[in-house]
Write a protein that binds this ligand. Sequence first.
Ligand code: ADP
Ligand code: MG
Length: 260
Amino acid sequence: MNEASSYQRLREHLTYLKLDTAAENLSPELDRATKEKLSATEVLERLLELEVEATQARRQRGRLRWARYPVHKTLADFDFDFQPNLDRKVLAELSTLRFVEDHRNVILLGPPGVGKTHLAIALGVAATEAGYRTYFTSASDLAQTLQAAHLEGLAQLKLRTYTQPSLLVIDELGYLPLDQASANWIFQVVSRRYDRGSVILTSNRGFSDWGQVFADQVVAGAIVDRLLHDATVLNIRGHSYRMRAHQEPTTRKGGPAVVR
Ligand code: ADP
Ligand code: MG
């Protein structure tokens, strides 16, 4: 068999096996191999490396789409100088994603605008990029979705959306009061994930208010109990980032000196 037909067959094999990136790069990589006098092993390694990289990138995009983050945020865009009471070391530790591997939780508490959702998304996106399956939901969406599925007899199936990912981000607990059924769905998800997968939860209410949020002290206590087991709690007490332009000038960097 001559070189040209051998090349054609090789291209067909790659395409048949759906190794499209390798197929597309076959000709340039062979040219390079001739020019740089690369061995057969080096050419094969390089071609498969390109295919592996393309597959990883495609899977990562798929996981990110599936996770449904409302916006893309990263830890790099978070201004820690604006939130001086937030411990960077704790965030640096969380960004190693060991908490996901160890099935630990992260609770972000604080008033509106301090960056709870930003940090929750940033950690979730980092975990997704590292290869973990993650999912983002608000607390009220989670409850409504499961209640709707329940009415169609599909609650068990739908619960998997919230129990299977390695990391579940539950945003905005406490913004809306939850009825008994909603509280029960949140309890179901949290208790099924207990010790099996991580939760990042954000809330504008402290734990002592959760009894009111859930309209049921017992369920609230049971949820807090499971969430807090082996959890990192970050209480952000700073100012709202949204309102930063409206702060008194003396608290801003480079603002005028205080005149008494
Ligand atoms: P919260 O969830 O605590 O109400 P968000 O995370 O939604 O607050 O933050 C509100 C907006 O301000 C978002 O666009 C977020 O990206 C931005 N933001 C908040 N804190 C910071 C910060 N320290 N550095 C950069 N952007 C921030
Ligand atoms: Mg928020």
